[in-house]
Design a protein around this ligand. Sequence first.
Ligand code: ADP
Length: 325
Amino acid sequence: MHAIAILCSGGDVSGMNPAIKRFVEYAFAKTLTPFLVYDGYEGLIDDRIQEAHYRDVSNIITQGGTFIGSSRSERFMLPKHRKQAALNLKKRHIAMLVILGGDGSFRGMHIFYREHGIACCGIPSTIDNDIAGTFYCLGVDTALGMIRTAIDAIRDTAASLNRAFVIETMGRECGYLALVSALTSGAELCLIPEIPYDFKALTGSIKQQLHKGRHYMIIVVSEGIAQEHETIISWLQNDVGIETRLNVLGHLQRGGTPSVYDRLMAYRFITYGIDGLLQGEKSSVVCYGAERFHYRQVDEVATTPYEIEAELLALGQHVCTLGAS
Ligand code: ADP
């Protein structure tokens, strides 16, 4: 039997545990021997690698984070430690490695593959949703759900006390979390690095809203412009004239029980990841294509019966028939 391993690297996301569960179960279905690498690249270097069994992944699908741990590893930047990591895999005849992580982890993965020839597959896993080429990264939907809950709660107090709340989301240099949160929580204003803003130009429009009866405001700002916090608050208090508080949401955005969407995407990402490795992909990242809106004629829509997409039916085949995969 061929052996395959999985590890989590960089920031944890909700959805990693469902991914690890699917990894173990799908590996068995493909007659592979699954291994778990504990604590990311650090564990790979220190040989914290264990063969996985069904019981290891029972009752984890509901849990956020990752039960095998993750890490940032300075040592993995150095060739001698990557060599040790490769030896640890090779002595167990592990020739395939699945890596859940972000762009930093994938840079490490690429170098590792080039140096040691162990086939690797990356699964985009970051709440920042900032990996080029994929429309979706694991963990984003759960993070958005956590942010929505937080903003809804803050809105209650903002409305009661007639205040503005500046709410900072994560996302590093990417404004995706902030933008989607602003659109879906009814924020009055959203400030992200991708769209230039001009406080002078915004002042008139906000003052007008206040004049017409608005008595509180939700302003969502992304981490990428965190250096502007003081300026934003002083602008709201002094120029716009509304009492303002800052709320940095922080790490609560990373946790929480994985959403339905993240559980399903974990399932799909891992299935494609293992399939890709078995088909000879040696250094790839599983990417999810861009979804687009389009128009169809109403007669076609109204007269055609709905069908579950074939890909999803194929993925679910085993749970409906108790077949192999
Ligand atoms: P993320 O994967 O979430 O973007 P990081 O950027 O912190 O997280 O990267 C995770 C880990 O990937 C780093 O701690 C390091 O071990 C590894 N890594 C990142 N860049 C490189 C690189 N150029 N060479 C080797 N390893 C790297």
